[in-house]
Ligand binder design. Structure first.
Ligand SMILES: [Zn+2]
Length: 254
């Protein structure tokens, strides 16, 4: 008969078993989604229903830093990460009031090289304004974790060495100064990541980084995330969460 899977070899201490990599939801803009070619926008109504669904399931949305810290303590069951990329101004009006209402935390990945600018890197679709320094500080004052999305939204796998260093290290320095707090998290623009980008992010002092589907690079500096959009009803969210638990194996360090 096969030994039970949780048996421990005699004489060896039983280490806490890591669960599957944590589930982290990826959002971008929260507002009007009538013209949205990249499907990066959810309406506040949809976000509210998604957060209500988490609550009903006994789950709570938190920042990625809080999620990883809880898991390092052997806790974190019932927590999911909520991330918002690019730092659109609609975060303050569309997302923050709902996060407060549902007592959720979140991580906002911003672009300190485009303060007060817009999503000029997207060739199609409406221009969406990005937060100013003051807007980012308002989010931080509201309890939101501020992370770096690089300086200007560059695909790091195609960047030369000088650009890679500037995007990763200089964005961290600028955000640390802007918020007056350490910046732990990075988020790869477009979700594109390779071993060189991971190494640059680690060397710059970030403790974690978010990707989308990093495959064999999965680890603390390449966390997978699930896109959550306007079409994600309770049923679809339920399936995404189930699928994640089936697909994502435990990984050392997260
Ligand atoms: Zn982005």
């Amino acid at each position: 008969m096969a030994a039970p899977v949780d048996s421990v070899a005699p004489g060896r201490p039983s280490a806490p078993r890591p669960g599957p990599v944590p589930w982290v939801a990826m959002y971008h803009s929260v507002g009007d989604c009538s013209d949205d070619p990249y499907r990066i926008t959810v309406t506040p109504e949809r976000l509210g229903r998604q957060l209500a669904w988490l609550c009903r399931r006994g789950l709570r949305g938190v920042s990625v830093a809080e999620l990883l810290a809880a898991r390092a303590r052997g806790e974190g069951r019932g927590l999911v990460g909520l991330t918002f990329d690019d730092g659109y101004t609609d975060f303050l009006t569309g997302a923050l009031p709902l996060l407060r209402r549902f007592r959720c935390g979140a991580t906002l990945f911003v672009l300190p090289g485009r303060l007060g600018g817009d999503n000029a890197w997207d060739p199609l679709g409406p221009r969406k304004p990005l937060l100013t320094a003051d807007g980012i500080r308002r989010a931080a004052d509201g309890g939101v974790e501020i992370g770096s999305h690089g300086l200007t939204h560059v695909d790091l796998t195609r960047a030369d060495d000088a650009t890679l260093t500037a995007e990763v290290a200089e964005s961290r320095a600028r955000l640390t100064e802007l918020t007056g707090a350490p910046v732990d998290g990075f988020c790869y623009p477009y979700g594109t990541v390779d071993a060189r980008a991971v190494e640059a992010v680690r060397k710059a002092g970030y403790t974690y980084a978010c990707a989308i589907d990093p495959g064999p690079l999965t680890g603390p500096h390449a966390l997978p995330r699930a896109h959550v959009g306007q079409n994600d009803t309770a049923l679809r969210l339920h399936l995404k969460l189930r699928l994640h638990r089936l697909r994502r194996r435990p990984v050392e360090g997260v």
